[in-house]
Design a binder for this molecule. Structure first.
Ligand code: URA
Length: 446
């Protein structure tokens, strides 16, 4: 082995099923960051990994090299104790997944510290950052010092990924996205963890989704990904746990941006009326974060604390303070109607038959929101935060021609009609009620 970077040699080793040394992986990642490795070489390497996988050592080396390709936040240098309960959650992405909006305030209200770096929508899935940008004035890109200050004073802050955190992933991911190499467990693991570990967390909880609205449709594949993430993060010194959660239907009753923020606010203000699967995922993730961060000693106590933060209104208060600290309006949870715009053309989608909702093509529902302008069809597109779906029927709901399967909110009548048609085709109604399954299927690393 020499100190010289020879990308084609590293690619050949991976192509031929040999093990690439940690030093060579580090050199390759350095070359991705500083431009010495060409897109064609990144693409060839990704395809070789796609077919031949990576050993645990190679996977860990790739993750750590990508984490170290940019800044790694050191919370002690920002004035936090080394054992401060700094904890985050990452979801692999779904439709209607507004969990972070309630989760960060709940965990903060219970004594955790949540510096959450979130992403934009990808494909049919929505992104937390896009949802927050529905709120007028919300600044998702404060400086690191300001970010730390909000975490210190409020307990949580939700921002977007800055160019300084894991820049190698930014380039690597962009190449994977257009070379059919996204669906590789070691590459997904390195991509997610490089970003999360660069935030300097003391612990991490993953929400790994499976089903028709997830990137990994198969529960077994999602479990393999969860196990790999838990192992690599643990080896990197960040205790991590994963919840495998069902994405075979929209999470909650809304999908879009402003409409999801409104559902999140209503959840915080009136948790007793929250959609039950959304409630179970949110409180379940909160409980695991509080235990992993050392704020609570067991899941039962942590669940009780999370629930009390909701019923007492303290989580809603934290949400208000976080939004105001990031430049949004004060007291938004008490007065969201003034600050969140929902599109003017609404159309109820009705079932032609009486019966029970038995299945959703969740991906198609997500794409209906994208097609209305609520998501991006190219990375530079400007999205319409006001469009989306509300009143989405859940599997097991009884419906007839008078109850909506969903309500479409669109910019104009033609796009409302197109979305209504797509949603109607994506929600299957049957004569008999089917068994509903628990939204949290399994816990990995608990
Ligand atoms: N999300 C990421 O951040 N990276 C991946 O590779 C897949 C999903």
């Amino acid at each position: 082995m020499s100190d010289l970077l020879i990308p084609q040699e590293i690619i050949r080793q991976k192509r031929d099923g040999e093990t690439v040394s940690s030093e060579d992986i580090a050199r390759f990642v350095e070359g991705i960051t500083d431009g010495r490795v060409a897109d064609s070489q990144i693409s060839a390497f990704a395809m070789a990994v796609f077919f031949n996988g990576m050993s645990p050592e190679e996977g860990a080396a790739l993750t750590l090299s990508m984490r170290d390709s940019g800044d790694v936040i050191d919370w002690t240098s920002l004035g936090f104790d080394a054992d401060a309960p700094i904890v985050d959650k990452h979801s692999t992405g779904g439709v209607g997944d507004k969990v972070s909006l309630m989760l960060a305030p709940i965990v903060a209200a219970c004594g955790g510290l949540v510096p959450m770096i979130s992403g934009r929508g990808l494909g049919h899935t929505g992104g937390t950052l896009d949802k927050f940008e529905s709120i007028e004035g919300y600044d998702p890109y404060p400086s690191i010092d300001r970010f730390a200050d909000i975490v210190r004073k409020v307990g949580c802050s939700i921002i977007g990924q800055t160019g300084e955190l894991a820049p190698a992933d930014k380039r690597f991911y962009a190449v994977r996205d257009v070379t059919a190499t996204v669906e590789s467990i070691p590459l997904i693991t390195a991509s997610i963890l490089s970003k999360k570990l660069s935030a300097g967390l003391n612990s991490l909880v993953m929400d790994v989704k499976f089903g028709s609205g997830a990137f990994m449709a198969d529960c077994g594949d999602a479990k393999t990904l969860a196990e790999n993430i838990v192992r690599v993060a643990g080896a990197a010194g960040t205790p991590t746990r994963a919840l495998l959660t069902d994405m075979n239907q929209v999470l909650g009753r809304t999908a879009g941006n402003a409409v999801e923020v409104i559902e999140a606010i209503e959840f915080l203000m009136n948790p007793g009326a929250a959609e039950s699967r959304l409630y179970d995922v949110t409180v379940g993730l909160a409980a695991h974060m509080l235990v992993l961060a050392g704020v609570q000693s067991d899941i039962a106590a942590a669940t009780a604390a999370a629930e009390t933060s909701l019923t007492s209104g303290s989580a809603a208060e934290v949400f208000n303070r976080m939004v105001a600290a990031q430049g949004g309006p004060t007291g938004i949870a008490d007065d969201h109607g003034k600050h969140l715009k929902v599109a003017g053309h609404s159309l109820e989608v009705r079932s032609d038959v009486d019966g029970f909702v038995s299945k959703q093509d969740t991906r198609a529902i997500g794409m209906a929101v994208v097609a209305m302008g609520g998501g991006r069809t190219d990375p530079t597109a400007v999205i319409d935060h006001a469009v989306g779906l509300t009143h989405i029927a859940q599997i097991g709901d009884q419906v007839d021609s008078t109850t909506p399967l969903a309500v479409v909110h669109a910019h104009d009548e033609a796009s409302a009609r197109r979305a209504a048609e797509a949603v109607k085709n994506a929600i299957i109604v049957s004569d008999t009620a089917c068994e509903t399954t628990s939204v949290v299927a399994e816990i990995v690393g608990g």
